[in-house]
Design a protein around this ligand. Structure first.
Ligand SMILES: CC(C)(COP(=O)(O)OP(=O)(O)OC[C@H]1O[C@@H](n2cnc3c(N)ncnc32)[C@H](O)[C@@H]1OP(=O)(O)O)[C@@H](O)C(=O)NCCC(=O)NCCS
Length: 213
């Protein structure tokens, strides 16, 4: 079970307290599995200059080129629980093996952003070159509507479904809106640390969100 049915079950069980904070996210926001049907709206956001990679602005143009080459493969590789899509390019240009991941498009009448969840099977640990289990971004013209907050709470059941007891989410101390999004999902600050040099070596905050028993 995934997506809305899983969310409904977790809400009904009362085991994920943070889910109760947003009583009706589905009324105004949906998480869609990337599809060819919705790809034009995604491309429009890229063409307006939105980058799907918070650390690499050039990812927008790279993705437009990939879509022009093979749209079906592009879409299929976005949602990648078997890590088939090949290595990840880090901000310093180095490459690391891809972790299993899922990606969802945040949708409210239009493409609004995306959220991804990646994990190492069988453990809550992550390699130092992975900046947390969950990453998200909302297009600038739809920010401050509660969309990232709703999307984060809505994707937590997926992490629980692969057996994790908690997720780690990292952000910059200079990103107060992201900090707020994490706190609203129940995130507890664990530590301040310096990110791996391949990720830019910036100061980061690490939060933990418990997923319930
Ligand atoms: C971070 C980001 C995803 C937030 O998306 P969003 O949909 O605007 O977030 P929400 O509307 O759900 O919530 C934003 C919260 O931050 C608060 N906020 C916004 N700007 C703020 C600021 N300068 N100082 C403090 N709080 C701020 C909002 O008031 C809101 O909190 P509230 O609901 O308690 O009022 C979005 O700004 C973004 O895409 N940024 C670029 C990518 C990024 O930084 N991703 C996160 C990487 S870890």
């Amino acid at each position: 079970m995934t997506g809305q049915p899983l969310l409904d079950e977790c809400r009904a069980s009362g085991e994920c307290p943070s889910i109760q904070n947003i009583p009706s996210w589905a009324d105004y926001m949906k998480l869609l599995t990337p599809s060819i049907e919705h790809l034009p709206a995604y491309v429009a956001a890229l063409q307006m200059g939105w980058s799907p990679d918070n650390l690499r602005a050039e990812a927008a143009q790279e993705q437009i080129a990939s879509i022009e080459k093979d749209a079906a493969s592009f879409v299929s590789n976005l949602d990648d629980p078997t890590a088939k899509a090949g290595p990840i390019i880090l901000p310093d240009g180095s490459k690391v093996p891809r972790l299993p991941s899922i990606r969802r498009w945040i949708w409210d009448d239009e493409f609004c952003g995306h959220i991804s969840f990646r994990w190492m099977p069988g453990t809550e640990e992550l390699p130092p070159t992975c900046s947390g289990h969950i990453g998200y971004a909302v297009v600038p013209w739809r920010q401050r509507e509660g969309l990232a907050s709703a999307a984060l709470v809505a994707i937590l059941p997926e992490a629980k479904a692969v057996g994790l007891s908690h997720v780690t989410i990292t952000t910059s101390p200079q990103n107060p809106s992201s900090v707020r999004v994490i706190e609203k999902a129940g995130g507890m600050l664990i530590r301040t640390f310096t990110a791996d040099s391949a990720l830019g070596g910036h100061e980061k905050l690490e939060f933990r969100v418990l997923l319930g028993s």
